[in-house]
Write a protein that binds this ligand. Sequence first.
Ligand SMILES: CCCCC/C=C\C/C=C/C/C=C\C/C=C\C/C=C\CC/C=C/C(=O)SCCNC(=O)CCNC(=O)[C@H](O)C(C)(C)COP(=O)(O)OP(=O)(O)OC[C@H]1O[C@@H](n2cnc3c(N)ncnc32)[C@H](O)[C@@H]1OP(=O)(O)O
Ligand SMILES: Cc1cc2nc3c(=O)[nH]c(=O)nc-3n(C[C@H](O)[C@H](O)[C@H](O)COP(=O)(O)OP(=O)(O)OC[C@H]3O[C@@H](n4cnc5c(N)ncnc54)[C@H](O)[C@@H]3O)c2cc1C
Length: 664
Amino acid sequence: MEEIDHLGHERSKIEFDVEAMKIVWAGSQRALEVSDRISRLVASDPIFRKDDRTILSRKELFNTTLRKSAHAWKRIIELRLTEEEASRLRFYIDQPAFMDLHWGMFIPAIKGQGTEEQQKKWLPLAYKMQIIGCYAQTELGHGSNVQGLETTATFDPKTDEFILHSPTLTSSKWWPGGLGKASTHALIYSRLITDGQDHGVHGFIVQLRSLDDHLPLPGITIGDIGIKFGNGAYNSMDNGVLRFDHVRIPRDQMLMRVSQVTREGKYLQSDVPRQLVYGTMVYVRQTIVSDASCALSRAVCIATRYSAVRRQFGSQDGGPETQVIDYKTQQNRLFPLLASAYAYRFVGEWLKWLYTDVTQRLQANDFSTLPEAHACTAGLKSLTTSATADGIEECRKLCGGHGYLCSSGLPELFAVYIPACTYEGDNIVLLLQVSRFLMKTVSQLGSGIKPVGTTAYMGQVEHLMQCHCDVQRAEDWLKPSVILAAFQARAARMSVACAQNLSKFSSQEEGFAELSADLVEAAVAHCQLIVVTKYIEKLQQAIPGKGVKEQLAALCNIYALSLIHKHQGDFLANGCITPKQASLVNWQLRSLYAQVRPNVIGLVDAFNYTDHYLGSILGRYDGNVYPKLYEEAWKDPLNDSVVPDGYHEFIRPMLKQQLRTARL
Ligand SMILES: CCCCC/C=C\C/C=C/C/C=C\C/C=C\C/C=C\CC/C=C/C(=O)SCCNC(=O)CCNC(=O)[C@H](O)C(C)(C)COP(=O)(O)OP(=O)(O)OC[C@H]1O[C@@H](n2cnc3c(N)ncnc32)[C@H](O)[C@@H]1OP(=O)(O)O
Ligand SMILES: Cc1cc2nc3c(=O)[nH]c(=O)nc-3n(C[C@H](O)[C@H](O)[C@H](O)COP(=O)(O)OP(=O)(O)OC[C@H]3O[C@@H](n4cnc5c(N)ncnc54)[C@H](O)[C@@H]3O)c2cc1C
């Protein structure tokens, strides 16, 4: 049967080169080729099917995780996939699994915190999957406050061993992914005690399960922590609980790049900063920013295609009703999310560069950029995941009732995504780290230390405190210099106001506690400025392809102006813009929406997602929504029988009872 493209009319209107945009989104021609090839490989392999995920029991679901992971690993070896291809394979399989923590945290932690000797011993085993590792930091009683962890690792000089122990219930490790059922080893974060002295939290490699029969080793109690939010979703992951009862490990299993314990039990600290113990979190937070663009773009792709298919009201003379995407309210909700997906893509690319740069510097013992790398990864992780979680839910609402069906793909996407606001650092806790960094920057302004990198704008603080926005007409809001000046003035004024208010308290800590809500808002303003700046810098590069740069520029303006509109309270209260200028923002936004409207299907096609990856009937590439929704409904297990299983036991007696009552 001939396939009809129900979105063909939309595609015929596109004014830019979609293939060229695909390259921009993927990062390079080669990255697009890899992505395209691997996504098709996954889509065509029945073991990677995922359409039944929301109706599987927890055990069945976990079993598919094991099957998919083992099959993926087999394919990686058979096809000799490169690291980049393997990571694409993981992405398109699209099921959280213990492998994520093994490759995403266990291995990076050994690389970042292990000595050369330790890396030589453990990495080959981990790379060949002869051991499976997880990252066990969080405890039942403490997650955000890492310094508050209670697990102890006490050195015993008699045997040259550490004794791992969980002294209280709240010291039980709780949450680590892969810990519950799959991992054989863990990187355990615990307090190091030598000679009765507590040296704070350090990392230790600990074997948990036998490599022969997978049973827990003596002294170890271990299991899964239970069902999490939503059907399917993150329940494919075995987040675990773990307790130690005086478990002994050799001394050389403490990761010793940052500090060491000698054979005699002496504690030594190298000149590497203590914060490197937190280095793996910096690495993962950076990856989470790029992941945000993927999750948001996926939801936006579904909502955009469906909004072009869906029609409500407005039929003239019996003609078709209006496509819901043509309602200005729909555009005002959807297009800023589309723009955000592109914005997070570009800031994610930049953050990856920043992380690579700081890693190279660390290897050369240059620690100067570590505080900025920490602030940027923490802040952007927080900003992008919060906006993405809200954005996915908005996309569900943009799809009306059908968005609530699991077959829309949106409920599972939302459920799997929202913990990103919590894991790798609660978003508020992370923004408070950014605000500490900002307050330090402001306090050093008079001391001759020139702010650099993402805080360089603070160097012009005197100008930023009194400058006036130059906008007279709506089109003036299209000038990058005008947008940047407004965002810089807002961020600087909010930070300076916080610093001034902090100085009114007798202690810094008291001030921080009291003003934390304002400090968080200042941190958000700073992070939004980073995203806007990096997008504008991206547009200064050569971007080939007919109309591609124009579309990206329109989206950049939508991103920035929709933020000014949303946060106009900040901009107005701090005198960065006038009420008249705020209203011109809306005029300009409407005109930008009209400019991108014919191109939105092209802009989501450029993500190059397969129907398998999208996992959504509403987001199908061909827009053939209604017949497929109808077909899908009949596949529900409830429809296996015409009369439901409980009819004779429950419904029939009720009906008969009513009949008898009625006769009475
Ligand atoms: C089948 C295919 C196979 C192939 C597969 C291939 C690839 C797969 C790859 C997979 C995917 C890749 C990656 C993804 C992996 C996983 C992601 C998915 C799931 C997520 C799993 C979740 C894991 C976790 O959640 S782990 C636990 C995370 N926990 C936290 O984040 C805790 C948050 N708390 C903290 O970070 C800290 O406690 C704190 C809040 C920062 C406070 O710390 P404290 O020491 O008390 O600090 P302060 O006193 O405030 O500060 C002291 C000083 O230090 C500075 N600081 C703080 N942190 C850092 C840091 N990280 N780096 C540098 N500096 C830091 C701070 O600013 C201060 O500085 P100052 O003294 O100058 O002011
Ligand atoms: C799906 C998932 C997977 C995870 N995987 C892992 C893993 O693999 N390994 C691992 O070690 N951990 C893992 N975690 C744990 C995760 O890292 C922690 O849950 C996270 O760091 C938040 O810590 P918490 O749970 O202690 O939250 P809490 O700190 O208890 O937060 C509770 C509330 O208190 C607020 N709050 C806390 N401190 C402050 C403060 N100083 N100022 C203002 N407000 C504050 C928070 O904003 C939040 O609203 C995972 C968690 C989840 C949900």
